[in-house]
Write a protein that binds this ligand. Structure first.
Ligand code: TXA
Ligand code: MG
Length: 340
């Protein structure tokens, strides 16, 4: 593991970028910032390189990896079919926190897509990621740069903490501006399907497309996977995590006080004021974008104190909070009965 700081606007000719690009082309792993979270990148058309991603993350083989490219033209090269919906969304949201799922191109190894017939492809909106992709001149498979099931990394330090011991070059380009993963939408058929809510909200997609987007019923961990990789229990802290309804201070307090100490809470401002005296309380912003930017770092900070329980006040209703509600409910899955 090697951590190198680099100016996000370093430009394609920066020696560190060239070195990172060379490492990718040679089959090595490079962790790099995107606007959503840090990615753990490998040459997407090199089976052995892709295998290194799965090994470093401890990732189950049934969870497909997103392919990152520098522009829409490069995206067309890794898919077998570029649909009108793909064109609309790519024009409107790329570069950006949106992954399009399309029929897979013949060159993409089965391991990248976990044996599926479709591939997820995305153009990230981060100057360093784009410079790296241009310099690499190959598509780059990159899941979030954390051990499987952990909270995604939004700083280079998170990557180092998560993947300690792995043979990875980590480019430190600062904190991620979006803070949660991309929205994943299948645009291969006549009706687009939302596979994972994320950085682009569903209503924004529907407005751009002019048609409604279907959602997949969340699959159980032990059932056949309609939405691969969408494990019910995911994005987890080490400590058990429980959610309470938005604005319900009594429920929040009751849940928290039932847990042994040390116990932690991740709540909105007003609730934080009510919890004065409790040592491990993080007050979260009321704006969904600011909340997303802060969430994973805040969870990691609390988790590092090894609490018996982290109680999270759920975000309010509304489509702008969909992705955050999704991540928190996955983080809480299975933990609601733990730790008192
Ligand atoms: O923002 C992001 O998407 C980040 C950055 C690094 O780009 N990447 C990311 O990758 O979150 P990962 O591997 O942690 O999550 C990728 C998810 C998979 O779990 C799966 O749900 C979906 O994207 N996915 C990827 N390829 C797919 C495919 N071929 N078919 C269906 N879903 C796919
Ligand atoms: Mg991930």
């Amino acid at each position: 593991m090697e951590l190198v700081p680099i100016d996000p606007d370093a430009g394609d000719d920066h020696p560190l970028l060239r070195r990172a690009a060379e490492r990718l082309r040679a089959g090595g792993l490079v962790a790099f910032p995107t606007e959503t979270v840090y990615g753990l990148g490998a040459h997407a058309l090199d089976e052995a390189a892709v295998a290194r991603i799965y090994a470093a993350k401890g990732r189950p083989a049934h969870n497909p990896v997103i392919v990152h490219v520098a522009d829409a033209q490069a995206a067309r090269a890794v898919v077998a079919e570029w649909t009108p919906h793909a064109e609309l969304l790519a024009r409107r949201f790329w570069p950006g926190p949106l992954t399009l799922v399309l029929p897979k191109g013949a060159d993409v190894p089965a391991s990248v897509v976990a044996g599926l017939a479709k591939v997820g492809v995305r153009v990230p909106a981060h100057p360093l990621a784009l410079a790296l992709l241009r310099a690499a001149r190959v598509p780059v498979a990159a899941p979030s740069a954390n051990r499987s099931n952990e909270v995604s990394p939004t700083t280079a330090r998170h990557v180092v903490e998560s993947l300690e011991g792995a043979d990875v070059l980590v480019l430190d380009g600062g904190a991620c501006s979006v803070g949660i993963e991309s929205t994943v939408v299948d645009v291969s058929g006549p009706r687009p399907v939302l596979l994972r809510p994320g950085g682009v909200a569903r209503d924004e997609l529907e407005r751009a497309l002019g048609v409604p987007i279907a959602t997949v019923e969340e699959v159980r961990d032990d059932a056949p996977r309609a939405a691969p990789g969408m494990l019910k229990k995911h994005y987890s802290t080490r400590a058990p995590l429980a959610t309470t309804p938005h604005g319900d201070l009594a429920a929040l307090r009751a849940r928290l006080l039932r847990a042994p100490t040390p116990r932690a809470a991740l709540v909105f401002e007003s609730a934080a004021r009510e919890l004065r005296g409790e040592p491990l309380v993080v007050a979260m912003p009321d704006d969904p974008r600011a909340y997303a930017r802060r969430l994973y770092a805040a969870l990691r900070e609390l988790d590092a104190r090894a609490p018996a329980l982290i109680v999270v006040e759920s975000p309010p209703p509304g489509v702008a909070w969909d992705a955050l509600r999704d991540r928190l409910s996955r983080a809480a899955a299975g933990a609601d009965d733990a730790a008192g």
